[in-house]
Ligand binder design. Structure first.
Ligand SMILES: Cc1cc2nc3c(=O)[nH]c(=O)nc-3n(C[C@H](O)[C@H](O)[C@H](O)COP(=O)(O)OP(=O)(O)OC[C@H]3O[C@@H](n4cnc5c(N)ncnc54)[C@H](O)[C@@H]3O)c2cc1C
Length: 511
C-alpha cells in the first residue's frame, strides 16, 4: 500500500535539478574542466597497485581519497561494496535500514560514478558483500599496497574499518596492505579546527564563531587530466549550477529557505552531500565565485552558515560517540518515552489528523525528502505532542531519507528531542503557528493531501470533520486557529541557532 501511494505521489513531484541529460552533461563537463590541472604540476611518484574504497564519497571532484591513490600508485582499482548490512534493519525498532528511494538514489550515484571513471580508463568494481571480506581478498589477489578510503565517525562504520584492517593482516600475512583513512565530507577539515573534537564547544554559535575566525576552508583538491577524471556527479554539479548560476537563487536563499513546496526554496544539495557525490568545499568555492561575480549578501553567507551546521554535527559525532544514538542522548536525559505503536504508525503513515504533519510525512514516503522546516515540525510533534521515543522517529528517517547521514540525522533528532548537547535547546513547534507562518494558504498541505484542495484556504489546516480525526490533542493549544496564530513574525525561518538566541529573550514562548 505504501509503495503504490508513493508511486502515485511521485508522479507529481518536481525533478531536481530540472535539466535534461544533455544540459547536465555539459554543466558537469565544464565544471570538472575548471577543477582539472593540466597535469604538469603534479608528479606521479607512486608504484604498484592501490584500491580506492568508495564509501560516502561518490564523486571525482575534490576527492582526496582518489587523488592520494592516484599519486601514490601506478594502477588504481576503484571498488564499491554493496554491504548487505545496509539493507538490514535499524538498531532499536527494526525498520529497513535503507528505504527504497535512497537505495535507488545510491544506485544512480554509482552508475554515474562508474560512467565517469570509465571515460578515463578506470572501471569501478561494484561488488555485493561486506567490505571486510571483499577488500582483503582483492588486495591479496592484486598485491595491493594501500587501500584508501574516506574516514567515517560513527560506530557501525568504524567497526567496518576496524574489521577491514584486521582481515588485511590475517589474509596478507607477510606484507599486509595498509588501510589509509582520509578525512573528507566536511567544509572545515578536522585538522584545521582550533580545538580537538573532544573539546568541541557544546554550543553551535561558539563553534561557528571559532571556526569562522580561526580556521580556513581548504581549496578543493584538483585532479589531473592524466588521471582521466571527468563526468560523474553530474546531477550534483548540475544542481549547483542551476541553483546558483542559472536560476540565480543563491541571491535570495535566506528568505526562501524556509519553504516547503517545490524545488527552489532551498538548495537540495543534501542527498549529494550525504552520498559524497558533492564536495562541501566545492560548494564553498562556488559561493565565493558567485560573491565575486554577482553579489555578496546575507543569503550567500547563509548557505555556508548551514553547511557549518553540517560540519558541526559531524565533529560532534566524534566527541559524543554512541551517546548520540542512546535514548538519553549526549546529556543522558531521563525521559519516560512512549513506544505506542498506534501513535507511531499514524505519524509514519501521515494519518495523525494534523494536515501539516501528515503532508510532510507523505512527502517523505513518496520522495525520500522533507524540508528542514518540515523535519523540525514532525520531530517536535512526535516527541512533544505524542511523547513517542525520539529514536523511533530518527530510525524512520534513517530508513527513508535520501540524504540520510548518521551525524546530521541523530544530531538534529537529539536537539529536537531536547537530549542534544545544547541544554538550552528545548523546542516546541506549535502546529497552528507553523501553519500560519509557513503555509498560510494551505498550498503545501493541499499538494500532498488532495482531499483538502476543494476546501477554502483558511480551513485546510484545520478541516474538522472533513479530515481524519486528530489522534492526540496538541500539548499546547487545541486544533483551532486561536492564540498561536498571532505569534511570531512573518515567515522568517527560525534556524536552530536563531531559536537559541530568540529563546534567550523569551524562553516560554512556543515557535
Ligand atoms: C529531525 C531532523 C533530521 C535531519 N536529518 C538529516 C539527515 O539525515 N541528513 C542531512 O543532510 N540533513 C538532515 N537534517 C538537516 C536538514 O533538514 C537538511 O540538511 C536540509 O533540509 C536539506 O535540504 P537542503 O539541501 O535544501 O538544505 P539547505 O537549506 O539548502 O542547506 C544547505 C545545506 O546545509 C546543510 N544543512 C542545512 N541545515 C542543516 C541542519 N539542520 N543540520 C545539518 N546540516 C544542515 C545540508 O547539508 C544542506 O544541504 C535533519 C534535520 C532535522 C530537523
Amino acid at each position: 500500500m505504501h509503495s503504490s501511494n508513493a508511486a502515485r505521489a511521485a508522479q507529481t513531484v518536481h525533478p531536481v535539478p530540472g535539466f535534461g541529460s544533455d544540459e547536465m552533461e555539459r554543466v558537469a563537463d565544464q565544471t570538472l574542466k575548471r577543477y582539472t590541472f593540466d597535469g604538469s604540476s603534479v608528479r606521479k611518484l607512486g608504484r604498484g597497485v592501490s584500491i580506492v574504497w568508495f564509501r560516502n564519497d561518490l564523486r571525482i571532484l575534490d576527492n582526496e581519497v582518489l587523488f592520494k591513490a592516484w599519486v601514490s600508485s601506478e594502477a588504481v582499482l576503484p571498488v564499491y561494496c554493496v554491504d548487505p548490512r545496509i539493507f538490514g534493519t535499524t538498531h532499536y525498532f527494526g525498520f529497513p535500514k535503507t528505504g527504497a528511494l535512497r537505495a535507488q538514489f545510491v544506485i544512480e550515484c554509482l552508475t554515474d560514478l562508474k560512467r565517469s571513471l570509465m571515460k578515463r580508463g578506470l572501471n569501478l568494481l561494484i561488488q555485493p558483500g561486506k567490505p571486510e571480506q571483499i577488500l582483503p581478498s582483492l588486495a591479496k589477489a592484486f598485491g595491493v599496497h594501500t587501500i584508501y578510503a574516506q574516514k567515517e565517525t560513527c560506530s557501525e562504520e568504524l567497526n567496518v574499518e576496524r574489521r577491514v584492517s584486521e582481515n588485511l593482516k590475517k589474509v596478507m600475512l607477510t606484507s599486509p596492505a595498509k588501510l589509509e583513512l582520509i578525512w573528507g565530507s566536511t567544509m572545515y577539515h578536522i585538522d584545521d579546527l582550533p580545538f580537538s573534537c573532544t573539546s568541541l564547544p557544546d554550543i553551535y554559535t561558539q563553534f561557528r564563531k571559532s571556526v569562522e575566525s580561526k580556521s580556513v576552508i581548504r581549496s578543493c583538491v584538483k585532479v589531473s587530466k592524466g588521471m582521466a577524471f571527468a563526468g560523474g556527479e553530474s546531477t550534483a554539479l548540475s544542481r549547483v549550477h542551476e541553483y546558483f548560476w542559472k536560476k540565480d537563487l543563491l541571491r535570495t536563499y535566506k528568505v526562501t529557505r524556509n519553504g516547503m513546496l517545490g524545488p527552489d526554496y532551498s538548495t537540495k544539495f543534501s542527498p549529494w552531500l550525504a552520498s559524497g557525490s558533492l564536495s562541501p568545499c566545492f560548494v564553498y568555492e562556488e559561493v565565493k565565485r558567485y560573491e565575486k561575480q554577482r553579489e555578496e549578501n546575507d543569503s550567500t553567507y547563509w548557505v555556508l552558515f548551514e553547511l557549518i551546521w553540517r560540519d558541526y554535527f559531524r565533529f560532534l559525532s566524534i566527541k559524543q560517540g554512541n551517546s548520540l544514538f542512546h535514548t538519553g542522548g549526549p546529556r543522558k536525559v531521563q525521559t519516560n518515552w512512549s513506544q505506542n505503536q498506534t501513535l507511531f504508525d499514524a505519524w509514519r503513515d501521515g494519518q495523525t489528523g494534523y494536515p501539516l504533519v501528515d503532508a510532510n510525512m507523505k512527502e517523505l514516503l513518496a520522495t525520500g525528502f522533507m524540508s528542514n522546516r518540515g523535519r523540525q515540525i514532525v520531530c517536535s510533534f512526535l516527541v512533544r505532542d505524542m511523547g513517542i521515543d525520539w529514536r523511533m522517529g530518527a530510525e524512520w528517517f534513517e530508513t527513508c531519507l535520501l540524504d540520510y547521514d548518521p551525524c546530521s540525522n541523530y544530531g538534529n533528532w537529539t536537539y529536537g528531542a531536547g537530549v542534544g548537547n545544547d541544554p538550552r535547546e528545548d523546542r516546541y513547534f506549535s502546529i497552528p503557528k507553523q501553519a500560519q507562518n509557513y503555509d498560510p494558504d494551505g498550498e503545501f498541505v493541499a499538494y500532498w493531501l488532495p482531499q483538502l484542495r476543494a476546501l477554502p484556504k483558511e480551513k485546510r489546516h484545520f478541516p474538522g470533520m472533513l479530515y481524519v480525526k486528530p489522534i492526540v490533542a496538541l500539548k499546547f493549544g487545541n486544533t483551532k486557529s486561536t492564540n498561536n496564530w498571532t505569534m511570531g513574525s512573518g515567515s522568517r525561518r527560525t534556524s536552530t541557532e536563531e531559536n537559541s538566541k530568540w529563546k534567550r529573550h523569551d524562553r516560554n514562548r512556543m515557535q
